[in-house]
Design a protein around this ligand. Structure first.
Ligand code: UDP
Length: 326
């Protein structure tokens, strides 16, 4: 039996595939390679280069493989792009997921682990954010993920599809070997942008310095990719042990400001990294910090990398070795 990872050539997907493979699992990847990278997947792993919007292709793959569980990580994930092209997000993220579920439910309905996001919460009213907090996404991206979470519940009701949604907070860093890492085009995330600034000796734009936070810049919960993947493996164990459908926040449980991240990157890289104050980026909440109590209690998972320096050091190894990405 095999584990399917959709989006397995993407940033989180490639780390998930590598960890499953290292754990001795038989892994199959489905990725349309529009934003994923073939080079991010070990050539020993079966890679189906196709789209979830092509249900015939997905059906053929399920007929050839015996899929025991699915990690559904394939999605578009740029908040700004989703504001301008909402249809692309609903077609790709929502319709693509429904196509996948339809095929899954004609092939034994294997359990599914779905990559969701803290963006489902929108502007949170409480911190740290618990899973049962109000969900009011402020972008089509966040909305598309919340819609899929809701769709999953109806498949559970109709077909008994067991599912776990993992709501990622700010994922960063790279595998310790430095052979796979984050390569988004365009890059919009803070840590890779700060590291590019360290390499190219250009300034970082700090979006908003007048938030109601200790230093006026936005606070986010940065989780090391290795810890995030640890949560995925714990979720697979949970589902294999018969665990019921559920949803978990996956973060560190502590926040760091934009200025603290730049400071940490200066420590790690030894570069000056000049910072320039810019206006706020539309839609950015002041603070997003996870309550990880439920994941720790139910999944028995706990993050191990507790400082931004550890995350940044691993990302720095990858970026220095791959200045042009893959
Ligand atoms: N940010 C910034 N400059 C950049 C990129 C990001 O100041 O060049 C800020 C952004 O406004 C947010 C934080 O860094 O407050 C994290 O942004 P990112 O895009 O990495 O993740 P998000 O929290 O938006 O998912």
């Amino acid at each position: 039996m095999s584990i399917l990872v959709t989006g397995g050539a993407g940033y989180v997907g490639s780390h998930c595939v590598a960890a499953l493979h290292a754990a001795g699992e038989d892994v199959v990847v489905l990725d349309d390679l529009l934003r994923g990278h073939r080079a991010a997947v070990n050539p020993k792993i079966r890679l189906y280069a196709g789209s979830l919007n092509d249900p015939v292709y997905v059906g053929d793959m399920f007929r050839r493989e015996r899929i025991e569980a699915v990690f559904h990580l394939a999605s578009l994930s740029l908040v700004g792009e989703s504001m301008k092209k909402p249809g692309r997000y609903f077609l790709n993220n929502v319709a693509g997921a429904v196509n996948l579920l339809e095929v899954m439910c004609t092939h034994g309905c294997p359990p599914i682990i779905f990559s969701s996001t803290a963006a489902v919460y929108g502007h949170p009213t409480t911190t740290p954010i618990r899973e049962d907090a109000l969900k009011r996404p402020t972008s089509p991206y966040g909305e598309s993920k919340l819609m899929v979470e809701n769709v999953l519940k109806w498949y559970d009701a109709a077909y008994g599809l067991r599912h776990v949604a993992l709501r990622y907070f700010n994922v960063a860093g790279a595998a310790p070997g430095g052979e796979i890492g984050e390569d988004h085009r365009p890059e919009t995330h803070l840590i890779p942008i700060v590291l590019r600034a360290a390499r190219e000796k250009t300034p970082v734009k700090v979006f908003g310095t007048d938030y109601q936070t200790p230093d006026g810049t936005c606070v986010r919960d940065y989780i090391h990719i290795e810890d995030l993947i640890g949560a995925h493996l714990a979720t697979l164990r949970y589902l294999r042990d018969g665990g019921a459908s559920d949803v978990f926040n996956i973060g560190l449980g502590h926040g760091f400001s934009v200025r603290e991240i730049i400071e940490a990157a200066r420590r790690v890289t030894g570069a000056d990294i000049p910072a320039e104050a810019e206006p706020r980026r539309p839609g950015d909440p002041a603070e997003l910090v996870a309550s990880t109590e439920k994941a720790e209690r139910v999944l028995g998972w706990k993050p191990e990398h507790l400082t931004p320096d550890e995350i940044i050091a691993s990302a720095w190894r990858w970026h220095r070795g791959h200045s042009e990405g893959y």
